[in-house]
Design a protein around this ligand. Structure first.
Ligand SMILES: [Fe+2]
Ligand SMILES: [Fe+2]
Length: 177
């Protein structure tokens, strides 16, 4: 059984805004959990998918709106293109979820996980990381407007050594007010 590589958070992925980095870590934990469940056992994979796919989609949606909230109102030039990337992947994932649930598409958990993993890592490096100064600016604007300073203390959650199954997700989602 082929196995995808687990994702490990490292400084390459940091955008240096705590809320975003924590959410990216949580997304990586979720994807690692998908990798754990790619067992080749179709019934187990389908059971896992039915249990978790909506949670993943909802978390992606909340994460995207956190980013969009921070970026809107800043000088960020690629806002439209960036938002479009978010909207497109959400639509795709929802379509897959509905098709599988309605038995209109056979679930290939490995392929799906490979797709989500590739999309997320690529998106962080190609879109989120280049926007890092705008996230910081957005946070400043948001704090001035609402008096909210976000998380002052946070624990970055580092997954275990490569190849070891990651521990269960332990982060709380930090939403902007
Ligand atoms: Fe992101
Ligand atoms: Fe993004």
């Amino acid at each position: 059984m082929k196995k995808l590589d687990y994702i490990k958070m490292n400084s390459r992925y940091y955008v240096e805004t705590a809320e975003i980095d924590i959410q990216h870590q949580e997304i990586m934990n979720m994807i690692n959990n998908f990798i754990v469940h790619c067992t080749g056992n179709k019934n187990e994979e389908r059971h896992f998918f039915d249990r978790i796919m909506e949670t993943l989609i909802n978390y992606f949606g909340e994460h995207f709106s956190t980013e969009e909230k921070l970026l809107s109102g800043t000088a960020y030039e690629k806002y439209g293109e960036h938002k479009n990337e978010h909207d497109t992947v959400l639509e795709k994932l929802k379509t897959v979820m509905n098709d599988v649930k309605n038995n209109q598409r056979e679930l290939d958990l490995y392929d799906l996980t490979d797709y989500i993993r590739g999309w997320a890592l690529n998106h962080i490096l190609e879109y989120d990381k280049p926007a890092k100064e705008c996230f910081k600016e957005g946070k400043k604007i948001h704090a001035e407007r609402t008096g909210w300073n976000g998380i002052n203390q946070f624990q970055l959650y580092i997954t275990g050594p490569s190849g070891a199954p990651p521990p269960p997700a332990a982060l709380t989602f930090a939403a902007l007010p």
